[in-house]
Design a protein around this ligand. Structure first.
Ligand SMILES: Nc1nc2c(ncn2[C@@H]2O[C@H](COP(=O)(O)OP(=O)(O)O)[C@@H](O)[C@H]2O)c(=O)[nH]1
Ligand SMILES: [Mg+2]
Length: 369
């Protein structure tokens, strides 16, 4: 499973800075021309458990789950203030298309003071900017739904069929919701509705991770800031506070030098760790591990996956020929020595297809093909 986050936000909020902090890249900042191509980078999730397994097994290689960040230049440069703007943004070839392909959104909101950097709204107000961002997504989706409704109404006149009628009802339901200024990610859908929805890729339906780009002097208050701005009544929404500028500088250092600088700045965990942790919570993901002489590997899967479903992530043969999942918690495995020791001690569980995989499970699949 590859995770994709599309980065958006108001102009000069620090999107590219945060992108650099997360990806250890050096894309040019302070440049917000709409014509620029998106910055794209794939980052591995750091997970020391993989390295530990590789050590025990003498694995030839290690593999980590990956997360892709797409820093989209276009949307932020103008932003959809009304229906006309939104329609412009929807035009083919626009950056919105790139955004639609992402699985989730990372929305960067400015919370740093700097008189030399203009704020499009003239003042620093994260709560207002979050509301405005939400409205922008809602407007873009509304425009798309209105277009679809027109087409559907036309279609139903010509050839009324059940599928079109079901879709019409769904679009009406979403339109009502959006007109109440609520994002689609807060609406409940039936299984059938989800199927009808799958092709549309609505922006306000995507899980949203807000990043407050805080100034250096607010680093010490980042937890309080997160508590203040995280709306508990919101579904599929998370929020992290981090200082993009400092973290970008630290991310540019050699990995072994980073820790001491983070400590100096009073940063508990680097931006990437924080964002991945929040992303896991937001998307409902857990990690399980596999290891052999060939490869030690961490896998990101949806919470609640069965051993059978998790096998499918690895290989379809493994799923088809599933016999048993030999399972042990990582900590228990490490405490006991290695797999052979754990087996001798009777600590390896034999789990069946229906077993719900837990965070930190190390699994050895038994299967025949
Ligand atoms: N003082 C300060 N400036 C920042 C911070 N984050 C970004 N900037 C500056 O704000 C400007 C816009 O940043 P950029 O990442 O290009 O914003 P984008 O337009 O959203 O991609 C650049 O000059 C950055 O150096 C910060 O935390 N503090
Ligand atoms: Mg930028």
């Amino acid at each position: 499973m590859k995770l994709q986050f599309g980065i958006i936000g108001p102009a000069q909020s620090g999107k590219t800075t945060v992108f650099n902090a997360l990806c250890s890249t050096q894309a040019s900042v302070g440049d917000y021309s709409a014509a620029k191509a998106a910055n794209i980078a794939i980052v591995k999730f750091p997970d020391t458990r993989v390295d530990k397994l590789a050590e025990i097994y003498g694995s030839a290689k290690t593999t980590h789950p990956e997360i892709e960040f797409i820093d989209i230049a276009g949307l932020a440069a103008h932003g959809a203030k009304d229906h006309h703007d939104a329609a412009e943004l929807l035009k083919e070839g626009s950056f919105v298309h790139q955004l639609r392909m992402a699985q989730a959104l990372l929305l960067v909101i400015r919370y740093f003071d700097d008189d030399n950097i203009a704020h499009p709204k003239g003042s620093i107000d994260p709560a207002r900017d979050i509301i405005d961002m939400e409205s922008e997504l809602i407007i873009i989706d509304l425009v798309q739904i209105e277009k679809r409704l027109q087409a559907l109404n036309h279609l139903i006149k010509v050839r009324p069929d059940d599928k079109s009628k079901a879709e019409l009802a769904l679009m009406e339901k979403m339109k009502d919701h959006l007109e109440n200024e609520l994002p689609l990610r807060e609406l409940d859908f039936t299984r059938e509705e989800r199927l009808l929805l799958s092709g549309f890729r609505f922006l306000s339906l995507k899980p949203a991770l807000y990043v407050l780009n805080i100034s250096e002097d607010r680093i010490g208050d980042s937890i309080q800031i997160e508590q203040k701005y995280q709306r508990q009544d919101r579904k599929n929404l998370a929020l992290a506070a981090l200082c993009g500028k400092i973290e970008m500088e630290i991310a540019a250092l050699a990995p072994e030098d980073r820790e001491v600088f983070l400590k100096d700045m009073g940063i508990q965990q680097p931006a990437l760790f924080k964002v991945i942790k929040k992303a896991y919570e937001l998307l409902g993901l857990i990690t399980f591990l596999t290891a052999s002489e060939n490869e030690a590997r961490a896998w990101a899967i949806a919470e609640g996956y069965t051993a059978y479903e998790a096998a499918g992530e690895i290989h379809s043969d493994m799923q088809r020929g599933f016999i048993k999942a030999e399972t042990i918690q990582f900590d228990e495995l490490i405490a006991g020595g290695d797999w052979t020791d754990a087996r001798k001690a009777g600590k390896i569980r034999l789990e069946g297809k229906e077993y719900i995989v837990q965070e930190g499970d190390v699994i050895l699949y038994r299967f025949n093909v």
